[in-house]
Write a protein of this length. Structure first.
Length: 389
């Protein structure tokens, strides 16, 4: 059934005006005609073609979990959520080759990904950042410096942001983080993730290394709802975090930091060049209209109905007549049009100006006149939360 669900999701991603029920009904019709002699996957490919959706055979080869990979594999493709992105650097070991790296995660684990030469530019040119779910294609695996499996992308490798994917399959940094109270001696010399608020910045100092070069160290105290712990930040990371720490009581995500024991037996967190530190921003339950951007998925918005809804029938690419209701909503930051399809078209047809509504699990796109609009999907819900005055 996994492939069937994936095919249905693919059709809906290309035609959000088509409901899952209609696709499954078409599948049942084709199943009945074939007498059960043709698999659901093949029948759904036929249905997809009717809607103008091309399905490649490669699209439904199951991708391996990150935790299942071993060194020495070639032509590897995986999917994961980006939890850390590191600046591009030059590797003297590899003939001054340029490389960039990031950490990606799925439910089976976390993996370092290294992009070489021109591929190192992809992270910036494609706007890939922490939180994106990405597909990494045609890479190869090897053992990294610390004995962990790494995925490397060379000349044939690629990375792309996946817009239409079940994001709940890929954990966010908060789900991968350890609570401070849970950090015990068993974590010694292990790398962990933390999310917490800067309670106190202790001091910054410099020191001289054995080779007579100078290093930097910055100490602070990080706290969450379970406790607090010292964090020691080393060398280039000190300069990276200074701008972040100017914000009072900054909320930080500290990814891939090491737990160490002090001389007096206490535990502290060490952030080195393998560590990623940035401001942590919790997901908003509801977005303000002015904050919406083209391509945003699964967003929740509250607003007041600003225009009388207009309902009409439109034809899909398949020639099917479906209902569409359009209206405008507003909040204190701006106004935006809403396109409500099918069941949501019927539900919003009689909205009154001044009623406040909550729209959940919708997406944002460019509509008529290249203006942003909110569009509904099959999973979108719209509820009246207060009547107009």
């Amino acid at each position: 059934m996994a492939d069937v669900d994936k095919l249905v999701d693919l059709i809906i991603s290309k035609h959000p005006e088509i409901s899952r029920d209609i696709i499954l009904k078409r599948l049942e019709d084709e199943r009945r005609k074939s007498g059960g002699l043709i698999s659901d996957q093949v029948l759904l490919r036929m249905v997809a073609a009717e809607f103008g959706v091309e399905v490649s055979n490669a699209a439904f080869v199951p991708l391996p979990a990150l935790g299942s990979l071993v060194p020495g594999l070639n032509d590897v493709s995986v999917i994961g959520r980006v939890i850390a992105v590191y600046p591009a650097k030059v590797s003297k070991r590899n003939g001054l080759s340029k490389f960039a790296s990031m950490l990606v995660a799925d439910k089976s684990g976390v993996m370092r990904v290294v992009l070489w030469d021109d591929k190192a530019e992809l992270l910036e040119s494609r706007g890939i950042s922490v939180g994106h779910v990405v597909k990494l294609s045609h890479g190869y695996t090897k053992e990294g410096r610390f004995g962990h499996v790494e995925l490397h992308l060379g000349e044939s490798g690629d990375v792309e942001i996946l817009e239409e994917v079940k994001t709940e399959s890929y954990p966010r940094i908060l789900e991968l983080s350890t609570k401070i109270r849970a950090i015990t001696s068993v974590f010694k010399n292990r790398r962990i993730n933390l999310v917490g608020r800067v309670k106190e910045i202790l001091r910054e100092s410099t020191f001289e290394r054995e080779d007579s070069t100078t290093g930097k160290v910055l100490r602070l105290v990080l706290a969450d709802e379970t406790g607090e712990i010292p964090v020691v930040i080393w060398n280039e990371k000190v300069d990276e975090v200074k701008g972040i720490l100017q914000k009072e009581n900054a909320m930080l995500q500290v990814v891939n930091a090491k737990v160490k024991r002090t001389l007096d037996g206490k535990l502290e967190i060490h952030a080195d060049r393998e560590t990623y530190i940035d401001v942590f921003e919790a997901e908003k339950e509801f977005w303000k209209i002015a904050e919406l951007k083209d391509g945003m998925k699964d967003i929740h918005v509250q607003g007041e109905v600003a225009t009388k809804p207009i309902t009409r029938e439109v034809k899909t690419a398949k020639g099917e007549a479906v209902k569409l209701t359009v209206f405008e909503i507003k909040d204190e930051t701006g106004r935006i049009w809403v396109s409500a399809w099918r069941k949501n078209a019927e539900k919003t047809a009689n909205l009154k100006i001044g009623e406040k509504i909550a729209i959940k699990n919708a997406y944002v796109k460019r509509g008529f006149g290249d203006q942003l609009e909110i569009s509904t999907m099959n999973k979108t819900s719209i509820e009246i939360i207060s009547k107009g005055k």
